[in-house]
Design a binder for this molecule. Structure first.
Ligand code: ATP
Length: 238
């Protein structure tokens, strides 16, 4: 078996008295799309944020490319080749599309030209709107921009927090198709957190189910989709 790109080993994490993650163990292999599904408040966002060191794991270990990053400062972790697209997108509203994208490249210090070509090929809509201010884009366009900005840092691991949130089904399919493309053509490794279990588990090679901060199920995406307990809880029993 290839060594995991990312490993969480019995990680617990939380906020003050709130324990949001309880002994969570997951792995993400190079080239995989791994999806984590769970209801509101299950701890999905906390898991992604704990990987980046904020909040910091209280117990257990976070390992990236064989290196223990559990106690590493967040800014240093982000320089290792992880990029996070937070829930709610958070593009810079007053900056243009182009300026937003260039910020992403600047953080990692890469030559932006080839990366811009790649992002515009993936999301032609962003090319059409390159001078428009981020805050005036539609929700779907902002999600494309948030992903595009993350890609400009040429990450080895992309952490995506609910990219489908609040978007129309057609746009969600476009975004998911782009993620699949990046994975298949560029070999990008993705850890995706989603409430949209149906699409996310179809996209993923493997998935985990998080309930009240604990991993309760794990397996290939399609196997999880077929499980009655997953269908009942996350697919409306359909
Ligand atoms: P959603 O799908 O609604 O975004 P989630 O699965 O991402 O939910 P988290 O946002 O990780 O869940 O929250 C997990 C738990 O931690 C919840 O009980 C939440 O209230 C709590 N929590 C999250 N952020 C904070 C915070 N900054 N301070 C205190 N408690 C928090």
């Amino acid at each position: 078996m290839t060594a995991p790109l990312l490993e969480l080993d019995t990680v617990s994490s939380g906020y003050g008295a709130v324990q949001a993650l309880r002994e969570v163990s997951i792995t993400v292999a190079p080239g995989e799309i791994v999806t984590l599904i769970g209801a509101n408040g299950a701890g999905k966002s906390t898991l992604l944020m704990t990987i980046c060191g904020d909040p910091r794991a209280r117990n257990g270990r976070v390992v990236f490319e064989g290196r223990d990053i559990t106690q590493m400062p967040t800014h240093q972790i982000m320089r290792l080749g992880l990029a996070q697209v937070p829930e709610g997108r958070r593009v810079f509203p007053r900056m243009s599309v182009m300026e937003n994208l260039l910020m992403g490249a600047q953080v990692a210090g890469h030559d932006p030209a080839p990366l811009l070509d790649q992002v515009f090929a993936l999301f032609p809509r962003l090319k059409e709107r390159e001078t428009q201010r981020g805050g005036t884009l539609s929700g779907g366009e902002q999600q494309m921009l948030a992903i595009g900005r993350a890609l400009m840092s040429k990450p080895r691991l992309l952490l995506l927090d609910e990219p489908s949130l609040g978007l129309a089904p057609l746009i969600v399919r476009q975004i998911f198709a782009a993620i699949r493309d990046l994975n298949e053509k560029e070999g990008l490794t993705v850890l995706l957190v989603e409430q949209n279990a149906n699409l996310a588990l179809r996209l993923a090679h493997r998935g985990y189910v998080l309930v009240n901060g604990r991993i309760t199920l794990a397996g290939p995406g399609r196997d999880l989709l077929a499980m009655p307990e997953v269908r009942d809880a996350y697919l409306g029993g359909g």
